[in-house]
Design a binder for this molecule. Structure first.
Ligand code: GAL
Length: 420
């Protein structure tokens, strides 16, 4: 097992060296193990191809367990449908694991919350159909879940509707709040002592924006808008909230923000996670600074040791590359992302010249950020060569109203490396 370090905004690799492909994710602890569930994305089309399940002992080394929910032959998660934001609940009364998710058509014109169940956390879930409220499907899109200390579970929806779920979590039985966040998406909730906090993003599709939060003493409200929880203009450290996991560390409950750094169209290869501890003071919550890497045991910022060398490179020409030879077991690359940048291919060769690892890194971000862009898997100590090549492709996407988002050029900008 490696160090329990969580690297933000870089691809994580599983036991096979493949990217951890779990987006719009949630995390659950069961029998001393962490389980991560998320959207299993592709690198080209946006359709549903399954929800993935990964397990970990330390939140750093991830084991791909397989697909928790397969694409269906027909229906809400059938061919050419959207499946997003799977959220997992453990029902202590029935012993069942219940998954709720957003289902839709490819144009996002047929939204519906779906339900799937399984009797084990790492088993194959069975799709049950739409989540019903008063006998009618809940036809909404961005969603999240929250379980209170007494086991009562809630469905959170875009714009800020909140529903209480039945005791078996399989239907919605009460609308407890309505439109508390007009224009809000990707809701995520947590409780800290007597306060409930709910986070939302704004509607900018895969683009990041400054997310905000509301606070209440009762889930029914009144809910008070408290503004941003990250520095203004950081676009939530280039991420969109998805889930808050309450982590028990040193006898304390620490809420951990889990957000997505999307990368359309190459979501499978290049979309990454941003996970950071939330500081709560009374009715306020904030993430005061971005930690590129932190220790999940002590919940503290980590500075990486190792041999540091300059690797300066900037190009927007497809096929141009830079190579770097190293002796060690891991390489970490620092570079700058901005709105003029694109994708880079990363390749690692062993001494015999064989490619032993490949990755695609997105250098796009609307607000510029100089930071860690790549952390290789750990290899047996030895001599390796890292090659980084400009692909001449970039992330571009369109909102429903036709607004174009994404990069306007193909730059790849590097500064330095650290070898461990
Ligand atoms: C976002 C939403 C994502 C996804 C995306 C599609 O606003 O939060 O989950 O649906 O739009 O454009």
């Amino acid at each position: 097992m490696g160090k329990p370090y969580i690297y933000n905004g870089v691809s994580w690799f599983d036991q096979n060296g493949d990217t951890v492909n779990a987006h719009g994710a949630c995390l659950l602890k069961e029998d001393e193990k962490y389980y991560l569930f998320g959207e299993y994305k592709t690198d080209d089309v946006n359709k549903y191809i399954g929800f993935s399940c990964y397990s970990s002992d330390n939140l750093a080394d991830w084991y791909f367990e397989g697909l928790a929910l397969q694409p269906q032959n027909e229906g809400l998660l059938g061919p050419n449908r959207i499946g997003e934001r799977p959220k997992m609940l453990k029902n202590h009364k029935t012993g069942m694991f219940v998954m709720l998710m957003h289902t839709d058509d490819l144009k996002y014109m047929d939204p519906c919350i779906g339900v799937a169940t399984c009797d084990s956390i790492d088993g194959t879930f069975e799709f049950q159909g739409p989540l019903l409220f008063n006998g009618e499907p809940v036809r909404r899109w961005d969603m999240g879940t929250f379980v209170d200390e007494d086991g009562t579970a809630y469905l959170l929806l875009h714009e800020g509707d909140i529903y209480r779920l039945s005791d078996d979590y399989l239907t919605a039985v009460e609308k407890v709040a309505e439109k508390i966040a007009p224009g809000g998406e990707s809701p995520a909730m947590f409780r800290h002592e007597e306060n409930y906090f709910i986070m939302f993003s704004n509607k900018t599709s895969w683009e990041r924006n400054d997310n905000y939060y509301l606070v209440a003493k009762d889930i029914h409200g009144p809910w008070k808008n408290q503004g941003l929880f990250c520095p203004e203009g950081s676009l939530t450290y280039n991420s969109q909230c998805s889930f808050v996991f309450t982590f028990e560390a040193n006898g304390k409950n620490v809420p951990i923000y889990m957000g997505d750094r999307w990368s359309f169209p190459r979501q499978a290869s290049s979309a990454t996670q941003v996970w950071l501890p939330i500081t709560v003071v009374g009715e306020k919550c904030l993430i005061p600074e971005f930690w590129p890497v932190w220790d999940s045991r002590s919940i503290s910022n980590v500075s990486i040791g190792g041999l540091e060398e300059s690797l300066e490179f900037q190009s927007n020409l497809s096929g141009e590359s830079v190579s770097y030879q190293f002796n060690g077991s891991q390489v970490i690359v620092f570079g700058t992302s901005d709105c003029h940048s694109g994708y880079a291919d990363f390749l690692i060769y062993d001494e015999s010249g064989e490619v032993i690892h490949t990755a695609v890194v997105d250098f796009y971000s609307l607000v510029s950020d100089s930071n860690i862009r790549y952390v290789s898997p750990t290899f047996p100590a030895g001599n390796y060569m890292l090659k980084i090549m400009v692909t001449g492709t970039n992330g571009v996407w369109f909102k429903k109203d036709g607004t174009k988002f994404g990069s306007d050029d193909f730059y790849v900008t590097l500064q330095r490396v650290i070898v461990l």
